[in-house]
Design a binder for this molecule. Structure first.
Ligand code: TYM
Length: 334
């Protein structure tokens, strides 16, 4: 069966963009592929979060993924830091990727512009991401548009590694949805929707219905009054059309033909999002009533992941000329 891998940062603020751009497809792929999903807590360290927050957010992110429909019995769901192979292969990936390639990453440029202390980890972030993907002989990586460049770099890294050391790593493809791949902020529709859930432009995955309705009602549009899908000229209206299209499995252009007024478009988009998120919010409340069960499920997921990851890491080390002991020291001294 084809293998799918994807990851999400435990930022504490899973939002409608994460869901429509990525997680919804993760759920659907479970019926067709062998799926491995990872809460990437090591990636979160690049911006030095508070330790208690990081630990709590790793659990709530896993809880949210399960509430959204990830089935830990069918798929593998785990936290990145609990499978040490990720950090170990990442070093080999850092030695395979070029400084110039990392410098061209737009996510690095955006994030480093916004932080005072720029860690080396923030710069080499895509090497760890490549390690995540390549450890599992991944064919498909379902992500939102903002991850396209990272997945393309991951392909280049895998190909360079294979050219140097012989066929070792499977070269993956990204899967980016037609609708929902880039959900914008409701207040600043020229910016991507992102983390801070108390922002009036972000819809959180567990937000209550009244708050969702209010945020859509206040969504920024424009003053020409025409409903038309044109992201460059009409970012606010196009974002609403994009959200409604993604939520109802249509195209934004087709949805646009049904509306002549912004008010009706806003109300219907809010209602569609409420229908989509209400079941997630309900099942999240149930999951979070027993967080130890989440920890337990993540531990089982890590054991499953490690079986595949360790085999790939051994192959990569061997082909690159690193010595493998296979516990012979212990054996000969035991
Ligand atoms: P992260 O945690 O920022 O986002 C998780 C997923 O959500 C998508 N996404 C969006 N899609 C549409 N509209 C938006 N506004 C929006 N915001 C986020 C992202 O594209 C992503 O698919 N570097 C990754 C995590 C990662 C990873 C990996 C992904 C680490 N290792 C290996 C795939 C494979 C990240 O920070 O995603």
């Amino acid at each position: 069966m084809a293998r799918t891998f994807s990851g999400i940062q435990p930022s504490g603020g899973m939002h409608l963009g994460n869901y429509l751009g990525a997680v919804r497809n993760w759920v659907a792929l479970q019926d067709k592929h062998q799926c491995i999903y990872c809460v990437v807590d090591l990636h979160a360290l690049t911006t030095a979060p508070n330790p208690a927050d990081l630990r709590a957010n790793t659990l709530t992110t896993a809880g949210l993924l399960m509430s959204a429909g990830i089935r830990p019995n069918d798929s593998t769901l785990f936290a990145q830091s609990t499978v040490g192979e990720h950090a170990e292969l990442a070093w080999m990936m850092e030695c395979t990727v070029g400084f110039g390639e990392l410098r061209r990453m737009t996510q690095f440029k955006d994030k480093s512009d916004r932080t005072e202390f720029i860690s080396a980890g923030l710069f080499t972030y895509p090497a760890l991401q490549a390690s995540d993907i390549l450890l599992y002989d991944t064919e498909l990586v379902p992500v939102g548009e903002d991850q396209r460049q990272h997945i393309e770099l991951c392909r280049d890294i895998a190909e360079r590694f294979n050219n140097r050391y012989g066929e070792t790593l499977a070269v993956p493809s990204h899967m980016i949805p037609k609708a929902g791949a880039r959900i914008m902020d409701l207040q600043n529709p020229q910016d991507k929707m992102s983390k801070s859930l108390d922002s009036p432009g972000t819809i959180g995955l567990t937000e209550d219905n009244t708050s969702i309705a209010r945020k859509f009602k206040r969504a920024v549009t424009d003053s020409d009054g025409e409903v038309r899908y044109d992201p460059a000229a009409k970012p606010g209206v196009s974002n609403l059309l994009g959200i409604l299209a993604a939520a109802t499995n249509r195209t934004p252009e087709a949805v646009g033909e049904d509306y002549s007024q912004y008010g009706a478009l806003k109300t219907d988009t809010a209602d569609a999002v409420i229908d989509l998120l209400a079941p997630i919010r309900q099942s999240y409340a149930e999951f979070m009533s027993d967080p130890t069960e989440i920890t337990h499920l993540l531990a089982i997921g890590a054991d499953k992941a490690r079986v595949v990851a360790s085999a790939t890491l051994q192959r990569a080390k061997d082909n690159a000329g690193l010595i493998l002991h296979n516990n012979s020291y212990n054996n000969s001294n035991g």
